[in-house]
Design a protein around this ligand. Structure first.
Ligand SMILES: Nc1ncnc2c1ncn2[C@@H]1O[C@H](COP(=O)(O)OP(=O)(O)OP(=O)(O)O)[C@@H](O)[C@H]1O
Length: 652
């Protein structure tokens, strides 16, 4: 159950309103707490581009409470609607016309809650914890599924508490977007997979009692071991990792049992028990080392034999026995290699599997090279996990490991051949693929500058150079050309998943569209995941059947994103909870300058308002509700070219 607390409505709220008046339209996302039934959610609606986060109140200053204003209530409403929608909930029991959401089913409001602090959090307590509910309240909600992606667009978020829920899936790389985050509590959930380095300057962090495994990235090693108890993570501050990147034995604590009532009462074992465990670990370690040595000896022998007997190069991996597979997995230190090696090599039929390259590309590496390359996780998307693999100083590729591909070998190959045949300077080329029963890998050129989404909504901190109009409009033109090329192949061909994270950038900020053709390869359960919030055209019901006009709609949202600097996944553009497209449509032309255009753009000397207005008009036409009213992609390209041309003529 969600309850709204009035805890930010005191002196803190007053101070912020004053600051807001000083900086028109500027607000700050500060706290999101989904652990407690008392949730202050109004902050979800506060997204902006302030230069600095306001300083927290002193630790010992008592919070003051005052009745909520109408503006606060409207903001609470939109925050609740946004949260509800991001969690896949329905709002038919909520009368959104009511001024206050306090009467909505499942929502109750407290305006006089005293401050408290959590006793079990190990890191230093910072001021925001004064705003937390009393510890005596029953902890934990029952939120489940993946952590809502909408949270990753709240780039000014300072504190996020999702502890004591049922969240599952991997910890998303989307946390990287929360560049101001200081507190992240994810304990007591069902989060799995590795803990990736988020590059955040956190003061407080807790992922204890989850299903996480692998080694603890360096940036998290400064936190106390309590932050990782009850997981299978290893490395400092927990036990050293063995070769498989898992902790040899669980930390000694009552608190490492997920779901245990005693998880916050740290129990200590006797000296004898500890000595026994240590000796056991040492013996187990030597046994593992000896088994690995034996397995490696066999593997080398069998590869040599194959080389001679079958005439294959030893680069062609053909590991047939589960023992050999285990050895390779155990030997690797790279999570990526451990993750893909086994499945890629064991194909069930006993035949050698190879990477299949497209076009006339000279084959520069083999599957084994790829699997042995040092790699890092780039992120987890709708279709699987993406990795960056460095084969050598000159060869870097992005490898996408597809999930939920259920189609047969032949059908997959037919479809992927079509994708591989696409050849345009504004597309990310698919270089090769690998298919086996258990594993499907796609190999792309690695795009060094990342995605447009990261560029627009990622690091907003000091030191970031502003993205000027020339670069933004060039990206728009490049992406439009890439899409136009896809549409020109066949009247029915479409991208199906146009969004700013699928527009990647070269070193010179030229746009390359990625992920085309993938929606047709994966199962419906994958594509129906609502990761395209804000981009999907209203008429689309089956994400595997997206028309060209629906692509135009999604591209129009990207144009609006470029112009406003706002992420469409943050659907809270006003108290009605509109998405980006509907919000821009609702603002009159006279207010474009003050309300719509990204203030970062407007602050630059190079601002070209005429061009920006023309581009905004185009974005609005692309995002018309009715597909027939939207332009076709070739027309979009022509108009962007013209408006850029007229801008440069004026400069001349
Ligand atoms: N070829 C590439 N070069 C560089 N980065 C890439 C490449 N392909 C993907 N990425 C990055 O990897 C991350 C995950 O990408 P992926 O395409 O799997 O998911 P997504 O774009 O977030 O969502 P979706 O799967 O719905 O398209 C993103 O941050 C993306 O920018």
């Amino acid at each position: 159950m969600i309850r709204l607390s009035g805890d930010l409505r005191g002196a803190e709220a007053t101070r912020k309103k004053k600051k807001k008046k000083e900086k028109e339209g500027v607000t700050v996302v500060e706290t999101v707490d989904l652990e407690s039934p008392n949730v202050s959610l109004r902050e979800l609606s506060r997204v902006s581009n302030v230069d600095s986060v306001p300083p927290p109140p002193p630790l010992d200053s008592p919070p003051l409470f005052s009745p909520p204003s109408l503006q606060d209530l409207a903001s609470d409403k939109s925050a609740l609607l946004s949260l509800r929608s991001s969690l896949g909930g329905r709002t038919f029991l909520w009368d959104t016309k009511q001024t206050s959401p306090c009467n909505w089913t499942g929502v109750s409001c407290d305006s006089d809650r005293p401050p408290s602090q959590r006793s079990n959090r190990n890191a230093p307590v910072r001021s925001r914890q004064l705003l937390r509910p009393p510890a005596a309240l029953p902890p934990g909600n029952r939120f489940s599924g993946e952590i809502p992606a909408v949270l990753f667009s709240l780039s000014n978020l300072v504190r996020l508490d999702l502890g004591d829920n049922g969240f599952s899936g991997e910890i998303s790389s989307g946390f990287k977007n929360l560049t101001r985050l200081k507190t992240l509590f994810l304990e007591n959930n069902k989060l799995s997979g590795p803990l990736v380095d988020m590059g955040l300057g956190l003061d407080q962090f807790n992922v204890s009692n989850n299903l996480l495994n692998g080694s603890i990235p360096k940036s998290f090693q400064r936190f106390d071991s309590d932050s990782f108890l009850g997981t299978s993570l290893c490395g400092k501050p927990l036990g050293v990792c063995n070769n498989e990147g898992t902790v040899p034995s669980q930390p000694i604590s009552v608190g490492n049992i997920p779901g245990s009532d005693g998880k916050r009462e740290r129990g200590k074992l006797s000296g004898g028990a500890i000595a026994g465990i240590v000796i056991g670990c040492v013996v187990a370690f030597f046994v593992v080392v000896m088994v690995l040595m034996a397995l490696f000896g066999n593997k080398k022998g069998s590869e040599r034999t194959r080389d001679v007997d079958l005439g294959r190069t030893i680069k062609q991996l053909d590991i047939e026995s589960p023992g050999e597979k285990a050895a390779v997995e155990a030997a690797t230190e790279s999570g990526y290699e451990a993750a893909v090696t086994g499945n890629a090599e064991v194909n069930g039929s006993g035949t050698t599997r190879k990477l299949v390259f497209f076009g006339n590309a000279t084959k520069v590496f083999e599957l084994e090279d790829l699997l042995r390359a040092s790699a890092e996780v780039l992120g987890k998307g709708t279709f699987g996990t993406a990795y960056k693999a460095v084969l050598d100083a000159a060869t870097m590729v992005a490898v996408k490991r597809l999930k939920d591909v259920t189609m047969a070998d032949r059908e997959f190959k037919e479809k992927i051949e079509v994708v591989g045949a696409m050849d345009h300077e504004n597309l990310v080329p698919l270089r090769a693929y690998y298919y086996s029963g258990d594993e499907k890998l796609l190999v792309y050129d690695f795009m060094p500058m990342g995605s447009l989404s990261a560029l627009l909504h990622g690091n907003k901190g000091a030191g970031r150079s502003p993205l000027d109009w020339e670069v933004r409009s060039r990206i728009a033109l490049g992406a439009a050309r890439g899409l136009d090329y896809l549409h020109s192949q066949d009247p029915l061909s479409s991208h199906g998943n146009v969004k700013s994270s699928n527009i990647l950038l070269t070193n010179s900020h030229d746009a390359r569209v990625s992920d085309f053709g993938l929606a047709q390869l994966v199962g419906s359960s994958t594509t129906t995941t609502n990761r395209v919030t804000g981009y999907r055209a209203p008429e689309v019901t089956d994400p595997r059947r997206v028309s060209q006009k629906a692509d135009v709609y999604s591209f129009g949202v990207v144009l609006l994103e470029l112009l406003t600097g706002k992420a469409p996944s943050n659907s809270v553009m006003n108290e009605e909870g509109m998405d980006l497209a509907r919000w821009v449509h609702s603002v009159g032309r006279e207010a474009w300058r003050s309300e719509v255009f990204d203030s970062e753009l407007m602050s630059l000397e190079t601002v070209v308002e005429g061009e920006m207005e023309e581009m905004l008009q185009l974005g609005i036409e692309c995002t018309e509700q009715h597909p027939d009213k939207r332009p076709v992609m070739v027309e979009v390209v022509r108009r962007i070219q013209e408006l850029r041309q007229s801008g440069s003529d004026q400069v001349l």
